[in-house]
Design a protein around this ligand. Sequence first.
Ligand code: ATP
Length: 457
Amino acid sequence: MEKVTMDKIVNVCKQYGFVFPGSEIYDGFANTWDFGPVGVELKNNVKKAWWKRFVQEDKDTYGVDAAILMNPRTWEASGHVQSFSDPKMDCRKCKQRFRADNLIEDFSKGKVAAEGMSNEEMEKYINENHIKCPKCGSFDWTEVKQFKLMFETSRGTVEGDKDIVYLRPETCQGEYVNFLNVQRTARAKIPFAIAQIGKSFRNEITPGNFLFRTIEFEQMELQKFCKDSESMDIYNEYKERAINFVIDMGLDKDKLRFHDHDKLAHYAKAACDIEYKFPIGWSELNGIHHRGTWDLTRHSEFSGKKLEYLDPETNEKFIPTVIEYSIGADRLTLALLCEAYAEETLEDDTTREVMRFIPALAPYKVNVLPLIKKNHGEKALEIYNMLSKHFMASYDETGNIGKRYRRGDVIGTPFAITIDDETLENDTVTVRDRDTMKQETIKVDEIVAYINEKITF
Ligand code: ATP
């Protein structure tokens, strides 16, 4: 099989209703994407699987759904207002924009760490080393400027009397500010976690690569609050849980690796990413960070409310240490699309496109097909109506049966059910498996249990 490229995935997604370019009829809006009828089911299943694994099945984790617009003081406390920016530089010739730190790191093959450099130092290094524009090869740079990554909007109805508010660039602040509320109402004992799935917004300098880096995306993340003495064990536990989760979702073990960070924030004891081998190369899929007591300390200072925990056994009060685990729902969906897509040559030399999602993730669980519309359509609709009460089912009556199988294969539907004369006579259907393409006969009243057993995650 040919290597799957990102362009191929983008085309397949557009063609089969997974993902469309955002605002397409207005010639699009760069780096925004709309999930279509098939894609929204896939992404919802990704989020459901994450929530089940990390919230539902963990008695010490509690969910929240916090507001996107937060009191702007939140972003002062978190440090985003002061420092959530990247150094950018434009090529005057081709107008392409780059991150100056990335230019230096790429040029020095990672030997020079640009992160701690001032704008002037970066400019000096780029000029001295005559680093050229990676796109057009010219050497004609604008000066380095800090580029703010937070989107601003404003609140207030009177012209000229508007307060700036920010679209949140990360979801986790919603958990920190609710630490006391959740701890009190859930009567939670440390270690416990608060989890959330929601949208974040970043005015990225170099967005791109389809869903990999967009300006609006969803994060699935949790913050585990614990004693400092147990924090490293919990950090290591989440490394394991995070990698096992994506393997269970269907990502190939050999395309996953840990990347432990050498450079750490001053408050952190450890940080690591899990990387996946996307068609663009090894890239971050998720992060696990030891954040010390930094976040709750800062919010205590800025809000004047003590975000402390009273240990019921020792009567000691302290600010808990935080372990953060965060993964992008869109980025994971992209990894799953890249992993699942295959073009196969069959025994009869024809080819088929197939998405081999695990059944729990498949947008539709079953495709209901009347063999001949005129004879079997009514019964097939009856069966579709019965099945759609249990899971997403699709109904397809047009074209020959082989074509209809293929349409289900390419959107990853794991089972196709054919309704024929046998169904009318004996109340049985044939079930075709997407991967093996083998068929078996089962009773109509067994279909729900048959599928339910295979789609549990
Ligand atoms: P990166 O280094 O790729 O910019 P990050 O280290 O800034 O990511 P975090 O702030 O730790 O990322 O966010 C957690 C997760 O959110 C990332 O691992 C990724 O899955 C997802 N994510 C972050 N930024 C984006 C984006 N612009 N588009 C899509 N997903 C994103």
